[in-house]
Design a protein around this ligand. Structure first.
Ligand code: AMP
Ligand code: MG
Length: 413
């Protein structure tokens, strides 16, 4: 008798069980993009680090120009120019001004900047035609970040937006949790390399490039191993080679019930990989566990079914969260969304179905979704057109037009 199927979330939990965040490494700022910080980042100095002008204009004593107006311009003597980057000591006394550029330090004595537009733009002397209050157009030291404060907490993700503050507090590199190394192995006697002219019965290894790209998108350092035939010794050798330098091995193919499902045959014998039927469509046969490298090291393995759509969806559900967890992300899945279906379609009641679809926005602003391409697990053409997956839970046999469904938006992180 067959064992009962497990649910998608049960299998997700099993794949993720006992996952540790990988060790930390110091990486140059740009390489840290998309990774989680391994420690708090503290500002050793304030930001801005000195009082400076937010406008091109004149640094003045605000009391000097308190009653300046268009009808009653106030004349000041210009004692110097201050450009961004200038560092000489300048002092404004009553009746004088410094012609100042955006970002230049505020001279001592001055407490405001008159924008150039409110003056005659004079060089030796200037006529001020508007009053300014104390502090106008001055960016005070520390108004953004105070010295000693934490600008980013351990565990937060370095983004394009946060790189500016990391650079501004003096970092050229930051400690992050390292990226997992992923090796992708495609198995099957029928497979040939991309670029090969096909002979009858052969197919091109499309999973290899797709899954390697999926792993990289998730944040891993991933590469594709050479093709592996359905021969036990070849499979064993490929696993051993991959285990030598991987944190995760991802395989596709050879884990169904067929006569040549060699991956399953080899791994079943080690006792460290568990094969299960997951109540999902596509992608029912799944396996996960450990591979022991002949050097003694244990490496995680996730075996995915060979059909391209099945392997893509299985990667999204099981491998992507594993990669994210190892990188220190607390949330491994993409943010869930809801949308209304523009089409009616059937779904297998006993399985959670993942339907390739396209998201759009209706004229009233609501999110809409429409199944795309064929829904066979071999249709790579249809997969290419999809930008999301509609999740139809167990127990639902049909989705009607206009009904609300859960969607995984594959374009979001
Ligand atoms: P399997 O899981 O090995 O029984 O393969 C199931 C189906 O997926 C078969 O039609 C295979 O030809 C196909 N397949 C297996 N591996 C790949 C691959 N790497 N790229 C594209 N199709 C594959
Ligand atoms: Mg096969």
């Amino acid at each position: 008798m067959m064992t009962p199927m497990r649910t998608v979330s049960e299998h997700q939990a099993i794949v993720l069980a006992n996952t540790d965040v990988l060790g930390q490494v110091d990486v140059p700022l740009l390489d840290a993009l998309g990774q989680c910080l391994a420690s708090d980042i503290v500002a050793p100095w304030p930001l801005p680090s000195f009082d400076n002008s937010s406008m091109d204009g004149y640094a003045v004593i605000s009391a000097d120009v308190a009653d300046a107006s268009e009808a009653n311009p106030r004349a000041l003597r210009v004692i110097a120019d201050a450009a961004a980057g200038s560092s000489g000591h300048l002092e404004v006394v009553s009746g004088t001004a410094v012609r100042i550029m955006t970002g230049a330090p505020i001279p001592s004595g001055a407490d405001a900047v008159v924008p150039i537009e409110a003056t005659n733009g004079g060089i030796a002397d200037v006529l001020v035609r508007e009053a300014v209050t104390s502090g106008s157009y001055v960016r005070w030291a520390g108004e953004d970040v105070t010295a000693g404060s934490v600008v980013m907490r351990a565990g937060t993700v370095v983004t394009e937006r946060s790189l500016a503050v990391l650079a501004s507090v003096g970092r050229a590199s930051v400690p992050v949790f390292r990226r997992p190394r992923v090796v992708v192995i495609s198995t099957g006697d029928e497979l040939v390399e991309p670029g090969t002219v096909l002979s009858h019965g052969r197919i091109i290894d499309s999973n290899g490039v797709m899954l390697t790209a999926c792993a990289r998108e998730a944040g891993a350092v991933a590469h594709r191993a050479p093709l592996v035939r359905d021969q036990e010794d070849e499979v064993r050798a490929a696993l051993d080679l991959a285990a030598a330098d991987a944190d995760i091995i991802v395989t596709s193919g050879g884990v169904s019930m067929g006569a040549y499902d060699t991956m399953k045959a080899v791994l079943s014998r080690t006792g460290e990989v568990e094969f299960a039927r997951v109540a999902m469509h596509p992608g029912m046969p799944q396996g996960t566990g450990l591979v022991r490298f002949s050097g003694g090291r244990h490496v995680r393995i996730v075996t995915l079914p060979g059909n391209p759509v099945s392997s893509f969806i299985s990667f999204e559900l099981f491998v992507r969260p594993l990669i994210r967890a190892m990188m220190g992300f607390t949330e491994g899945s993409r943010p869930g969304e809801r949308a209304r279906s523009d089409e009616a379609f059937d779904s297998p009641v006993a399985k959670q179905q993942y339907v390739r679809a396209v998201l759009s926005r209706a004229s009233d602003g609501s999110r809409r979704v429409r199944p795309v391409g064929g829904q066979g697990s071999h249709v790579v053409g249809g997969l290419a057109q999809a930008d999301c997956l509609v999740v139809v839970p167990v127990g639902v046999g049909r989705v009607e037009v206009g009904s609300e469904v859960e969607v995984i938006d594959l374009t979001r992180r």
